[in-house]
Design a protein around this ligand. Structure first.
Ligand code: ADP
Ligand code: MG
Length: 729
């Protein structure tokens, strides 16, 4: 029996795994995290103060304290049954990496002891030569090292009965170039902090720190493990390269917010429990639009911690799903014809005085501060839309962006009806000859026209890639499998640069003798005028918008190899250099890595398509073809007229056409790959893979295979069908 039918049979005989009742969340929340509260208990006063200072300032810990802190950490970890530790980091492969070492060691006289030294806590040198570096380590220095980032607390990862102390680290080369997602992110956050504080101080001198915040919404698909195992394409690429739509898809729209099936619910409770122990503040879970699609979202946190938590969550989900004989699909487009998955990045900035800078204020003055940050965000997106697009580009996300699906590849900003009105009013009324009375009148009127409960008034435009949703912007174009760090590094850097310019522009007017608030209003107006073409309130999926965007001169780059160009323009290099986020060589290395990732992904997809067609699809189709041919021959031999086997003949003809086309396309696709593989320039090769291999063959090959799926006897078909993967659980 084929894996497919085995899987279906398993499903109906399967009993639900027993799950324990979920404990009270507060009782387990953070129980596996070395929070400052725990540190207080396990560290001396001196060591605790030193650690706390490092955490608050996001700075390396004091080397002289490292041994004490390491001892405290070990004591805590051992009290929880931990035997090993690891530096945990986020390399550019897009997953997380660990290399476990045990506390166990032998003293010089051979006595076995458990120890954890400060040096091992602060810095490690993983043998990481196989992580992508875009040639950086080769150019500079062969080795890379991981260093503790105390802004993220240490935590204990439980895998089955095993427990490991994880030290969140950044990963850099010996000459200081970043080799991971986290190091540049921290630099971008610092750049934003400085620039934002400088602007905040126009309004409030007490603000000394601005912390960007992130709340992600993780979408995913869940399918049964044995069905997954019967789909080599899912195993190899995370998406189904073939598969005809099932008779019923998402058209009934009955899945969204529907009840969660019990088996999946058990999985969710289980991974949520693991997440709570690690301090991931999950808040919501629900069904998504497509069948078998779900979403979870936490309460927002500081960006650095939120990024770690998302990476951890993806890892936990995968592991816990296996425990439940399920598989989580984080791919952006696992199934053709139904919605893909994204990871909305809700983003804002908070001051150390407790103000959300993207929440409308309670007074005209705080409202002006809100408007300044609001308009600066729009300007940043306008000026660097190409970089935003590049930050979310991947082979997987190309299936969403620019492929008639949410959201489009055109980066635009949605702000809602009220704020559109407010911006128009500023544009019209802030004139050159404003005096103080005009100014204060306007400020009050504008204040009045922004409803206090904007949150409930914002229209929800689901088609915008970057939408204002009441007290935050929501970057919706981020892909479900992406590390949010990439998008967040870009967003915070472009915002930092824009705020720096804003401060300069306002100061210049003040120097010319303008009053501060009038100078601010004039600059806000200037920014609105300069960036309004990025604002769009309509349907982002419509063809009309594509045309309109083109007229406005907004970029619409549909494929990853071209979208990535934005990373290495002179403008991008200046931006990242001036904000101390990337030096030129780092950007070039990253550009190279992203292109290589793209090439590999498309190459693997193409190979698996060829393999499946040859070893799964064609044999089944040919067997059925034989059956029909023999049947016709038998009827003919028995002396029946052609009319009596007309039906068989028609199918036989159709099947033969699709068989021949499939095999011909597979051959040609292999030739196309060969040509691309001989290309030496990475960008050219990536474009080759996109235009010659992917665009050249994927859709057409799939068309013929999917036709065969409909024609061939169901019991001959080895690959689980869409209806089974999406509706059986
Ligand atoms: P939805 O977008 O589905 O309507 P919500 O608006 O309630 O859901 O929130 C979505 C996400 O936005 C949540 O993860 C939430 O934590 C996050 N969020 C809310 N406020 C902020 C903020 N100030 N900064 C960053 N994220 C935020
Ligand atoms: Mg949302």
């Amino acid at each position: 029996m084929s894996l497919r039918f085995n899987a279906i049979e398993n499903l109906s005989s399967q009993s639900l795994p027993r799950t324990e009742a979920t404990p009270k969340i507060t009782a387990i929340f953070n129980s596996n995290v070395f929070t400052l509260q725990v540190a207080r208990e396990f560290l001396s006063d001196e060591a605790y103060k030193s650690l706390r200072a490092s955490v608050k300032a996001s700075q390396k810990i004091d080397r002289s304290m490292a041994n004490q802190i390491a001892n405290g950490l070990r004591a805590w970890a051992e009290s929880k049954g931990v035997t090993h530790f690891t530096h945990w980091f986020q390399p550019l492969t897009g997953t997380t990496a660990e290399k476990h070492d045990s506390f166990f060691t032998l003293k010089s006289d051979g006595t076995p002891i458990e120890q954890f030294e400060g040096d091992a806590l602060v810095q490690q040198e993983p043998d990481a030569s196989s992580f992508p570096s875009g040639g950086l380590r080769a150019t500079f220095e062969a080795r890379g090292y991981t260093a503790w980032d105390p802004s993220s607390p240490a935590f204990i990862m439980e895998i089955g009965e095993g427990k490991t102390l994880c030290i969140p680290t950044i990963f850099v080369s010996y000459t200081g170039e970043s080799l991971d997602y986290k190091a540049p992110l921290l630099k971008a956050l610092e750049a934003l902090n400085k620039a934002a504080v400088d602007v905040c101080n126009y309004f409030d001198k007490n603000i000394t720190k601005v912390t960007p915040t992130l709340g992600w919404e993780q979408e995913y698909f869940l399918i049964d493990e044995s069905l997954f195992n019967a789909r080599p394409d899912l195993i190899m690429t995370g998406r189904t390269v073939f598969g005809h739509n099932s008779a019923r898809n998402q058209q009934l729209e009955d899945h969204y917010f529907g009840s969660i099936p019990e088996r999946l619910y058990a999985f969710m409770r289980d991974f949520e429990k693991e997440s709570y122990k690690l301090g991931i503040p999950l808040r919501t879970r629900h069904n998504e639009v497509a069948p078998a699609q779900f979403e979870c979202a936490p309460i927002f946190e500081e960006v650095g911690v939120a990024v770690d938590h998302n990476s951890l969550l993806m890892d936990i989900m995968d592991r816990v799903a296996r425990r439940h004989k399920l598989r989580v699909l984080l791919h952006e487009k696992p199934f053709a014809g139904i919605n893909g998955s994204g990871k909305h990045n809700n983003w804002s900035m908070a001051t150390d005085t407790g103000v959300n800078l993207l929440a409308p204020g309670k007074t005209p003055k705080t409202n002006l501060m809100f408007l300044a940050f609001f308009v600066n965000t729009i300007k940043a997106v306008h000026d660097y839309a190409d970089l935003m697009r590049a930050s979310i580009a991947s082979a997987q996300n190309d299936h969403r962006l620019g492929a008639n699906e949410a959201p489009p590849a055109i980066i635009s900003v949605f702000i809602g009806e009220y704020l559109t009105k407010v911006l128009n009013e500023i544009k019209e009324r802030v004139t050159k000859k404003m005096d103080e009375a005009d100014e204060s009148l306007l400020k009050i009127e504008i204040h009045k026209s922004i409803p206090e409960l904007l949150l409930d008034n914002t229209d929800r435009n689901r088609t915008s890639p970057f939408a204002f949703t009441g007290n935050k912007f929501e970057f919706r174009a981020v892909g479900s499998s992406a590390n949010c760090a990439n998008a967040m590094t870009v967003l915070n850097t472009i915002m930092a640069q824009t705020l720096k310019n804003f401060r300069k522009d306002v100061d210049a007017l003040i120097e010319k003798g303008e009053k501060k608030e009038i100078a601010i209003m004039h600059t806000i107006r200037e920014y609105i005028v300069a960036s309004e073409k990025v604002l769009f309130e309509g349907d982002g999926y419509s063809e009309a918008w594509e045309k309109e965007a083109e007229k406005r001169g907004l970029p619409n780059v549909k494929t990853t190899p071209l979208a990535l160009d934005a990373m290495v323009t002179e403008k991008a290099k200046d931006l990242f250099h001036n904000n101390h986020v990337y030096i030129h060589s780092e950007l070039e290395a990253r550009h190279e890595i992203e292109l290589e990732k793209y090439i590999k992904k498309v190459q693997i997809e193409s190979r698996i398509m060829g393999e499946l067609a040859t070893s799964h699809i064609l044999p089944a189709a040919i067997r059925y073809q034989n059956l029909l041919a023999n049947n016709i021959k038998g009827l003919k031999d028995a002396g029946l007229s052609e009319a009596s086997y007309q039906h068989q003949k028609t199918i036989l003809e159709e099947i033969s056409v699709h068989i021949n086309k499939t095999s011909e396309l597979v051959e040609k696709m292999i030739e196309a790959r060969k040509i691309c593989n001989n290309m030496t320039h990475t960008r050219t090769k990536a474009i080759g893979y996109q235009s010659q291999v992917k665009d050249g063959f994927f859709d057409e090959l799939r068309y013929h295979v999917d036709k065969l799926e409909l024609l061939v006897d169901d019991k001959e078909w080895y690959l689980p069908k869409y209806r089974e993967m999406l509706f059986l659980r």
